[in-house]
Ligand binder design. Structure first.
Ligand code: SAM
Length: 486
């Protein structure tokens, strides 16, 4: 039963309540653990593990998982680095468009967290119709460019432009630098100047042809990391002048790492990266000749407002992979591309996106109210309150996450004609507790009006080394699954 709406400030009272519920649950468990241990979550490791194991068993038993390792390569897709059109922009955690045939998604498909459009491109290639939503303007820009075939004349103009780029470059005035505070740290000076000149020349040459301009702009954004002094790692970016060793990071000698990475001629390095990326895109453009490219809609917006964004539409199937509840902030890891690409122009605008995005990371608006989930409160009651993730506010992140997912699933239920909703999601672990997100989403789906829920486990995930000792016998609960709601 869902409880009332809470604000995060009421979490302490909520936690006491959950501890009591947990006490009751342990009293009824066939293999009980001493109840006195639950007065504080800081129980001994053994007692903690037994209680957590019993709680996870209880939650898992509500929708027993089935194993479908044949889905693993579709969910955890490597093809976006190589497949034509998909490879135009590297995007984290894209899944395979072949899920359309593998899951039999039908003709009219919705992906409400469409990222850079994997499903939409698959739908276009198969001649289906689809719609996608994403809050990230860069993701929607990339999806839109991929879904907008250029004419033969436009492709020829782009080809001619890259062929003459090197000689035309010196006459171009550099495009203005964004106000990102690390702007001059993320590129070497010559690289930065070359990039800004290419940007200016593209804008000027294609001022009257937005489609070609966007095609070239996507190529430009896509090469930023390759030519940059940074790379995406973990939950953000790292600088190339540092090297990771087993013992920690060490500084690479100034001058030498640049030489190793970019060679002697940095201007040429950028030109080659840009022109070869555009040429690869021009080659892939032949795939535009067949398919239903104009029947796909990519919408920049918030999934929580899906009912307004897609008013009066119905879909045969819905498929999506939401951000996992793992603290990963897409706006942090893509900040260089967002600022340089002109998708944000102030700290206020990037923070607005961050705050509005799903409550799966600590930069989201965790002060919004939530409707509590009993299983989640019991899991939170078992968390180690000394863990850094607890102190940083992970309990409220999780409360917000499941609340956002409840709203999403409610919208999905309404937007479906008769078909199924497929959610690709991974479980996570914080402060000594595993969150079985897959089963919990299945139960939320049932609460939102779906009649049946299944869990298809595609593969097991690992837990971070610092959590391993506490979770050693429970790692089976770390999995990536497809939740099927019908
Ligand atoms: C796992 S990725 C999806 C990747 C996608 N399946 C693909 O193949 O490219 C999750 C996406 O959810 C988006 N997202 C986060 N919060 C959102 C929100 N409130 N509304 C819509 N999209 C959101 C992120 O920008 C990200 O692109």
């Amino acid at each position: 039963m869902p409880s009332l709406v809470h604000s995060p400030k009421r979490s302490v009272a909520k936690q006491q309540e959950a501890l009591l519920a947990l006490q009751k649950f342990v009293e009824h468990d066939p293999k009980p653990t001493s109840v006195t241990k639950f007065k504080s979550p800081n129980t001994t490791d053994d007692a903690h593990q037994r209680t957590l194991a019993a709680l996870l068993r209880k939650i898992n038993n509500t929708v027993p998982p089935q194993y479908r390792s044949d889905l693993s390569s579709f969910v955890n897709w490597k093809g976006n680095a190589e497949s034509p059109i998909h490879r135009w922009l590297r995007y984290r955690e894209a899944y395979s468009p072949n899920l359309i045939t593998k899951l039999g998604l039908g003709d009219n498909i919705l992906d409400p967290f469409c990222g850079c459009g994997s499903i939409l491109i698959g739908a276009a290639e198969n001649g289906n119709t689809s719609a996608g939503i994403d809050i990230n303007p860069l993701a929607i820009f990339a999806a839109t460019v991929k879904l907008t075939p250029l004419s033969r004349t436009q492709l020829q103009a782009v080809q001619k432009y890259v062929n003459g780029l090197e000689s035309a470059l010196s006459s171009a005035k550099p495009w203005p630098m964004p106000e990102l505070s690390i702007a001059s740290k993320v590129f070497e000076p010559v690289i930065l100047e070359t990039l800004l000149r290419i940007r200016a020349l593209t804008e000027e040459t294609f001022s009257g042809d937005k489609e070609s301009r966007n095609f070239l702009h996507l190529a430009w954004v896509a090469i930023l990391e390759r030519v940059g002094s940074y790379f995406k790692e973990g939950n953000g970016i790292k600088y190339r002048n540092k090297k990771r060793l087993k013992t920690g990071y060490t500084r690479r000698p100034e001058g030498q790492w640049q030489l190793e990475r970019f060679g002697r001629d940095q201007k040429k390095f950028v030109l080659n990266a840009f022109c070869s990326h555009v040429r690869m895109m021009l080659q892939d453009a032949r795939f535009w000749r067949r398919g239903a490219w104009r029947d796909q809609t990519a919408i920049e917006g918030n999934v929580l407002e899906m009912d307004k964004l897609l008013a009066r539409r119905k879909f045969d199937s819905i498929v999506f992979s939401p951000p996992y509840a793992n603290r990963f902030d897409y706006f942090e890891s893509m900040k260089v591309e967002l600022w340089f690409g002109g998708f944000v122009d102030s700290y206020e605008s990037i923070n607005r996106f961050r705050k509005a995005s799903l409550r799966s990371h600590l930069g989201a608006d965790l002060n919004r109210s939530y409707q509590s989930v009993d299983d989640l409160e019991q899991l939170i009651a078992l968390m180690d309150q000394d863990a850094s993730s607890w102190r940083m506010g992970v309990p409220d992140l999780l409360r917000g996450y499941f609340d956002d997912m409840r709203v999403t699933l409610k919208h999905c239920r309404k937007l479906l004609a008769n078909g199924k909703c497929y959610v690709v999601v991974g479980n996570s672990a914080f402060a000594g507790v595993i969150i079985p997100t897959d089963v919990m989403l299945a139960n939320l789906g049932l609460e939102c009006g779906f009649k049946k829920a299944e869990i298809l486990v595609t593969r097991h995930l690992t837990v971070a080394p610092q959590q391993r000792s506490k979770l050693s016998n429970l790692e089976d609960n770390m999995r990536e699954s497809v939740v099927v709601l019908s």
